[in-house]
Design a protein. Structure first.
Lengths: 306, 244
């Protein structure tokens, strides 16, 4: 049997196209549906992640709160600590003064009678007297060995020792054995030429030059030395020492800090802000504030007494 | 209709393929990739937050340590404050407290201290007391000018300096000068006394002190050393020598 398709070709083609279009549309609709599902799932994942993140943020916020509390606690402890440290520093500061003075004195030659010891945070000035220029030389050589000094300058005043005054002619005659000529510090060793300090002052650094050994343990304050040596007569003798000397000793930076008073933690109001007003003028009018008397003798008001 | 009659299956399949791919690309570019990137970022943030959270035990320990330190520092500071005279924070009461402290407190206490150590001080002077109610700063700075002692020997001077840490008030000396010869060494030094008032350790004192520090930065430093005695200063004298 023969099957004959009597439909025209264009009608047959339209039917085939329709089925293709339907299939294509179905595929696209299916794709859109799949993409929609995927979108929903991905969005769900994002929402979950955000929810979880919010939870962890809350938890981490607690840690941050801890941080804040720790910081605040440390800050408060630091505030108290600074006060306590200041109090401790003051004790050390006074100790440092004693220690520094002791160290300054340790390097003063025993044959120097010290008239004054004037330390400042930056330098130490030592004024005193020696019996001879030789002693001065040894004193200088001692003092420059002090490890706390960066620089030592000296000055000699009222030199009457070391040469005989009033002599004319060849110039002052050096006393004692004549050491080999040399130089010392800023003074020229000009003994042979007649120049230099005092016109012929001899300062020798020869074979018997000072060893520079520190006068350890020897208190350079003359009176004490005199006491050890024999009492008031010795003291009187020492007071007539002829060579006046002044040493200006510049402290090394690491030692200057130790002599600067510690400041309060963050400052403080000067007392005049509280005490200077009101009381000042009234006190001046009364002759100078309050007097407190202790002991047998009376004390007159400041500025008003005999 | 003539146009439709020219469309073949190939055309439809090609068109559908283009739409299919275009939808996929559009979905990927406009939604999928940004969203996945967001998720990745969120996960990274989450990991960071988790890491932070994992530090909690260490933070708890640190807080405990900090609290211990605070308690210790507070106890030390309070002990320091307990040694200070009681100065009220109320201006009116403070006026009387300061008058009482200047008159019967600091000066006599210092005198007693020096005498107990065997030194006769000269020239200990306090500024005049306030006679108007004023706000009291957390820290009173009292420059007392120079005072002197007579020491018998150089070691005695050193001993004196070492004993200053036991002063009944917080006192800081300035430059020490020594003149004379033993047994009449004349030791002079400026002294600055600090008095912590009862609000010195209060929390608000931090703010006040910071403000004071700022104000002080512009003006002259209240150094511990030196300083002239303010006008109208009180002077404490003792029997021995006259003090100028």
């Amino acid at each position: 049997m023969i099957k004959i398709n009597l439909l025209p070709a264009h009608i047959l083609e339209r039917q085939r196209l329709r089925s293709v279009i339907i299939i294509a549309a179905a595929v696209i609709i299916l794709e859109v549906a799949v993409l929609g599902v995927a979108m929903t799932r991905v969005k769900g994942q994002l929402t979950d992640a955000n929810t979880e993140l919010a939870y962890w943020k809350t938890q981490a916020g607690k840690v941050a709160q801890f941080d804040s509390v720790i910081q605040s606690t440390n800050g408060q402890a630091g505030f108290y600590g600074r006060w306590v440290a200041w109090d401790t520093l003051i004790g050390r500061y006074h100790e440092a003064w004693a220690e520094n003075l002791q160290e300054f004195a340790r390097w003063i030659y025993a044959r120097v009678q010290v008239d004054s010891l004037l330390p400042t945070p930056q330098q130490v000035q030592i004024q005193g007297r020696t019996d001879t220029l030789s002693s001065f030389r040894k004193a200088y050589l001692n003092i420059i060995r002090c490890p706390r000094y960066a620089n030592v300058a000296f000055n000699i005043t009222g030199v009457t020792g070391g040469y005989v005054q009033g002599q004319t002619g060849a110039g002052p005659a050096p006393r004692g054995p004549r050491p080999a000529a040399g130089t010392l510090g800023g003074l020229g060793g000009a003994a042979r030429t007649g120049g230099g300090l005092g016109g012929g002052l001899r300062i020798g650094l020869g074979s018997r030059a000072s060893t520079g050994r520190a006068a350890s343990g020897a208190m350079a304050f003359g009176g004490q030395r005199a006491q050890a040596a024999g009492g008031p007569q010795q003291l009187a003798a020492l007071n007539r020492l002829p060579v006046g000397v002044t040493f200006n000793c510049l402290l090394k930076p690491q030692y200057t800090i130790r002599l600067i008073p510690p400041q309060p933690p963050v400052g403080g109001a000067p007392v005049t802000a509280v005490a200077g007003r009101g009381g000042g003028a009234a006190a001046r009018a009364r002759g100078g504030g309050l007097q407190i008397r202790m002991g047998g003798r009376s004390s007159a008001p400041r500025g008003g007494g005999p | 209709m003539a146009f439709l009659s020219r469309i073949t299956r190939l055309h439809i399949i090609a068109g559908a393929g283009v739409v299919f791919v275009a939808l996929l690309v559009a979905f990927s570019l406009s939604f999928l990739q940004p969203t996945l990137r967001q998720i990745k970022d969120v996960k990274a943030q989450q990991a960071a937050q988790e890491k932070t959270w994992s530090q909690l035990p260490a933070k708890v320990a640190a807080l405990s340590q900090a609290k211990q330190n605070l308690a210790m520092a507070e106890a030390q500071a309070n002990a320091m404050l307990a040694r200070q005279p009681k100065i009220s924070t109320q201006p009116f009461d403070a006026m009387f407290d300061l008058y009482r402290e200047y008159t019967y407190g600091t000066g006599p206490a210092l005198l007693r201290f020096f005498l107990s150590k065997g030194y006769l001080p000269r020239g200990i002077a306090l500024p005049a007391t306030p006679f108007t109610p004023q706000a009291v700063p957390p820290l009173l700075v009292i420059p007392m000018g120079g005072f002197g002692i007579q020491a018998r020997s150089f070691p005695a001077v050193l001993n004196f300096l070492r004993q200053l840490k036991d002063m009944p008030r917080i006192g800081v000396i300035g430059g020490v000068t020594i003149r004379g010869t033993s047994p009449n060494l004349d030791v002079t030094m400026p002294l600055t006394v600090y008095i912590m008032t009862s609000n010195a350790l209060a929390p608000q004192a931090q703010v006040a002190l910071a403000a004071l520090a700022q104000a002080k930065a512009g003006g002259a430093a209240a150094g511990g050393a030196g300083g002239r005695r303010p006008p109208g200063a009180m002077r404490f004298r003792m029997g021995g020598g006259r003090s100028r």
